[in-house]
Design a protein around this ligand. Structure first.
Ligand SMILES: Cc1ncc(COP(=O)(O)O)c(C=O)c1O
Length: 395
C-alpha cells in the first residue's frame, strides 16, 4: 500500500508490510518455507553476495515472509528497517554483541527482564564487559553512571516487573552526549502505545512472543532502527551469529500482529478497571499501574505513552504466603509466565521470571518477594474482577 507511513496506527497494523506473492495474488502472505534460494546464474549469485543485486540468498540472511513482518513492525514503530530474531533474548543478545566489546561499559535498568541483566553479569562480563544496573527512572543516577567507555544504555520502560518508568528523551540525550547508543525494550507497550523513536531512542527491541504475536503460541523477537548505519552493523552480527527467525514463525507473528491494536486497547481498558479495583481492596497493600494517579510516574506516562498498557504489579497482605493463595486459587487467570497474550496470565517474579537475579539485586530493584505480576487479557473485566475477588477473599 502506498503512503502507509502517513496512516494511523489502527490502519498500519492491518496493512503494513508488502505481500511478497506476485504469482497468484494470495491475500495472505505466503510462507516461503525454504532454507535457500536458486540463482539464475553464477554471476547473479556472486552479485547477490556482494550486495550489488537485490534478492534472497539463504534464509538465515533473509526471507520474503520475514521481510514482510520486518517492514510491518518498522512502519508501526516509525522506523526505517527491522531485523526479526528467533526470540526476544536473541534480539537482546544481538544488541549486546554489536555494541559492546572488552573494556566497554553498559548502563541498564536494574528492574529489567531477568535474563537481559543476567546475560551481561554472567556471560558478557567473562569477555571483559563492564556494567552498572541502576534505577534509570532516576535520571540523576543515569548521569552519574556514565563513564568515558559507556557504549550502550539499555532501558526497559515500563520496567519488568516493577512498572517503574524511565524518561526516554532524557536518557537519549545522556547517551548521545557521550557517544553511546540508547536501546529500549518496548515489549510492555507494543508499537501501539509507545514509539521510542519519537523520543530519540536509537534501537527498539520487542519480544514478539508477547503483545505483537499475542496468541501465546510463538517465541520471537525484533530490533527496529531508524538509522541505516546501526542497522547494517547489527545485521552482520545477527546473520553471522544465527539468531534469525524461521519463516513459519514469522508468518504466525504476522497473523497475530493484525489484531494487535484491538487486543491492546481491550486489554488496557480491562487493566484500568482491575487496577482501580485492586487499589481499593483491603487485602491489597499496593498496586503499580501507570494509569493510577498513585503511580509515581503517572505524569511521565501521560507524556511518553499513548495509553497505560495492561501490565499490573501488586502485593497482597500476608507477603509471599498471601501471594501464593492468590496464584493457587485463580480460575480464569492462568498461572504462567509470559505476558501480552489475549488471555490473562499471573505469575510470581521472585520465584519465576526474575529468579535468575541474585536476591540482593532483586530487593534493590524493588522486586519484593510478595510482588505479583498480572498481564491482563481480553476477557470480560467483571469476570476477571470476580476471579480476583474469590482469590483475595481466601487470604
Ligand atoms: C520485557 C521482556 N523483554 C524480553 C523478554 C525475552 O523475550 P523472549 O522470551 O521472547 O526471549 C521477555 C520475556 O519474558 C520480556 O518480558
Amino acid at each position: 500500500m502506498k503512503n502507509i507511513k502517513s496512516k494511523r496506527k489502527d490502519t498500519q497494523v492491518i496493512h503494513a508490510g508488502t505481500n511478497p506473492d506476485k504469482t497468484y495474488g494470495s491475500v495472505a502472505p505466503p510462507i516461503y518455507q525454504t532454507s535457500t534460494f536458486k540463482f539464475d546464474s553464477a554471476e547473479q549469485g556472486a552479485k547477490r553476495f556482494l550486495g550489488e543485486e537485490p534478492g534472497y540468498i539463504y534464509t538465515r540472511l533473509g526471507n520474503p515472509t520475514t521481510s514482510t513482518l520486518q517492514e510491518a513492525i518498522a512502519t508501526l514503530e516509525n522506523g526505517t528497517s527491522a531485523l526479526a530474531t528467533a526470540s526476544g533474548m536473541a534480539a537482546v543478545s544481538t544488541i549486546y554483541m554489536t555494541f559492546l566489546e572488552a573494556g566497554a561499559h553498559i548502563i541498564g535498568s536494574e528492574a529489567i527482564y531477568g535474563p537481559s541483566r543476567v546475560v551481561i553479569e554472567n556471560e558478557f562480563s567473562r569477555f571483559g564487559v563492564e556494567y552498572d544496573f541502576i534505577d534509570t527512572s532516576d535520571i540523576e543516577q543515569v548521569k552519574k553512571a556514565v563513564k568515558p567507555n559507556t557504549k550502550l544504555i539499555f532501558i526497559e520502560t515500563p520496567a519488568n516487573p516493577t512498572i517503574k518508568l524511565t524518561d526516554i528523551k532524557a536518557c537519549a540525550e545522556i547517551a548521545h552526549n557521550n557517544g553511546a547508543v540508547l536501546a529500549i525494550d518496548n515489549t510492555f507497550m507494543s508499537p501501539i502505545l509507545q514509539n521510542p523513536f519519537d523520543y530519540d531512542a536509537d534501537i527498539i527491541m520487542h519480544s514478539m512472543t508477547k503483545y505483537i504475536n499475542g496468541h501465546t503460541d510463538v517465541v520471537g523477537g525484533i530490533l527496529v532502527f531508524n538509522n541505516d548505519e546501526l542497522m547494517q552493523r547489527t545485521r552482520k552480527v545477527l546473520h553471522n551469529h544465527g539468531g534469525t527467525i524461521d519463516p513459519s514463525q514469522a508468518w504466525l507473528v504476522l497473523r497475530g500482529l493484525r489484531t494487535l491494536s484491538l487486543r491492546v486497547n481491550k486489554a488496557q481498558e480491562n487493566a484500568q478497571v482491575i487496577a482501580n479495583y485492586l487499589e481499593q481492596h483491603p487485602k491489597v497493600k499496593w498496586v503499580r499501574y501507570p494509569g493510577l494517579k498513585s503511580h509515581p510516574h503517572h505524569e511521565l506516562a501521560k507524556q511518553q505513552m499513548k495509553g497505560f498498557g495492561s501490565m499490573i504489579s501488586f502485593e497482597v497482605e500476608g507477603g509471599i504466603e498471601g501471594g501464593k493463595t492468590v496464584m493457587n486459587n485463580v480460575e480464569l487467570a492462568t498461572l504462567a509466565v509470559s505476558l501480552g497474550g489475549f488471555e490473562t496470565l499471573i505469575q510470581h517474579p521472585a520465584s519465576m521470571t526474575h529468579s535468575s537475579m541474585n536476591k540482593q539485586d532483586r530487593s534493590n530493584a524493588g522486586i519484593t518477594d510478595g510482588l505479583i505480576r498480572i498481564s491482563i487479557g481480553c476477557e470480560d473485566a467483571q469476570d476477571l474482577q470476580d476471579d480476583l475477588e474469590q482469590c483475595l477473599n481466601k487470604i
